[in-house]
Design a binder for this molecule. Structure first.
Ligand code: PMP
Length: 404
């Protein structure tokens, strides 16, 4: 092997250190169906680490639609949307989503990550500026890196900071503000009304990434702009099928001209194979469920309010979350791993979040809810988290207040 590569990869020992401590929490293979309980290494645990907010990954109608599509179309498309990889199902999904999102047109990509890689650099040139929230998802950062435009970052959800960045731009420039609709680790919602006001004042374009807002916020789960009644004011809505929509793939919704431009210029679309029929069909089946029955979203919000109340009653620091994504701030790198390991032993699957996903001072456990969780499961989980934090000497807000 080449020496330079060996030097780079063999000196990377961080995972081994955590493995030696028996605290390695990544790549845990799940051996069962993905409900509120899963089996890992023969051990049954409650799942509080999934993004399947509506709990639909094993819904019979969704699985049947997926299986039927495989029977009709086969397993893969063997080409990109641009050439041989467009099925009538892709077009049907795009039309359905355009109506669902109240936009003129939609383009589906093979993942949500590719949406940001494909859209942001495609619409911006070196004459332009991209303005990002500091907590934007990694795929937005990567998409921006691929662009020749100038990039500016503002403090998380701080509208004065955003305005200062807008003041650094020329009138003539395209200024693309890109924010998560719901922030993926912190669980708070972008301040879209204020972003829209500032975008209008300074002539900026807005793109929201509604990966965590679809199926959660807005009419039938149509996302953050629907939640605020601002569909017309947001120029581009991006999102994924890999969370509430129980599949894989992504989309961007906008006006017809912008979608037409992307269809003919977006490299992550044109040079990558399209979503297989089974995944497209499963998303269509979830849309049927969402449009015919709001009880799932209502149940998700009941669970969310219940869990927020419980965590806050226990004095656990869950930041400013407003959604089913609940950050449990540990603010200590090794204790975050310890807590994850101890919770796993106690029968809970949660995700540790460490740099670069968050800053070094913000390490946390990311606890996420599904509509399919029962209140009892949530009660058990929160109590276990509180007891384990106490056992490991992790301070709750109450402890900090008492110490102050
Ligand atoms: N955007 C955001 C805000 C996300 O959280 C994610 C996934 N974590 C993505 C995009 C990427 O989506 P996908 O899983 O479809 O690649």
């Amino acid at each position: 092997m080449n020496d330079k590569l060996r030097k780079r990869t063999s000196t990377y020992q961080e995972p081994q250190k955590v493995k030696r401590l028996g605290q390695y929490p990544f790549f845990r293979p799940i051996e069962s169906e993905q409900g509120t309980e899963v089996t890992i290494d023969g051990h049954q645990v409650l799942m509080f680490g999934s993004n399947s907010y509506l709990g639909l990954t094993n819904h019979p109608k969704v699985m049947e639609a997926s299986a039927a599509a495989i029977k009709k179309y086969g397993t893969g498309c063997a080409g990109s949307r641009f050439l041989n990889g467009t099925l009538d199902l892709h077009v049907e999904l795009e039309n359905r989503l355009a109506k669902f999102l109240n936009k003129e047109a939609v383009l589906v990509y093979t993942t949500g990550f590719q949406v940001n890689l494909g859209v942001i650099p495609c619409l911006t040139t070196k004459e332009d500026t991209i303005i990002l929230d500091e907590f934007d998802h990694a795929s937005i950062i990567e998409g921006s890196r691929l662009s020749f435009a100038r990039k500016l970052k503002f403090r998380h959800n701080d509208m004065d900071a955003l305005e200062k960045k807008l003041q650094m731009c020329d009138d003539s420039q395209l200024k693309l503000i890109v924010v998560d609709g719901v922030f993926s680790m912190e669980g708070d919602i972008a301040n879209l009304p204020e972003i829209v006001r500032l975008a209008n004042k300074y002539g900026a374009t807005i793109m929201t990434d509604c990966a965590h807002a679809i199926g959660v916020l807005g009419k039938n789960g149509a996302g953050t702009s629907s939640h605020f009644g601002l569909d017309n004011e947001v120029d581009l809505i991006g999102g994924t099928f890999s969370k509430s929509l129980a599949s894989i793939g992504g989309f961007v919704a906008s006006d017809a001209d912008t979608i037409n431009y992307l269809k003919h210029h977006s490299r992550a679309l044109i040079f990558s194979a399209s979503m297989p029929a089974s995944t497209v069909a499963s998303v269509l089946a979830v849309l049927d469920l969402l449009e015919s029955d709001d009880s799932l979203i209502a149940k998700l919000w009941e669970n969310t309010h219940h869990a927020h109340r419980l965590f806050r009653d226990y004095g656990i620091d869950i930041g400013k979350t407003e959604t089913p994504i609940i950050p449990i701030y540990v603010r200590n790198f090794m204790k975050t791993f310890e807590l994850t390991t101890e919770l796993f032993k106690a029968g809970l699957f949660v995700n540790p979040v460490i740099p670069p996903a968050v800053g070094p001072e913000d390490t946390m456990i990311r606890f996420s809810l599904m509509a399919s969780h029962s209140k009892e499961q949530i009660d058990i989980a929160v109590e276990k988290i509180y007891n384990t934090m106490k056992k490991l000497g992790i301070e709750t807000l109450q402890d900090k207040n008492m110490a102050a």
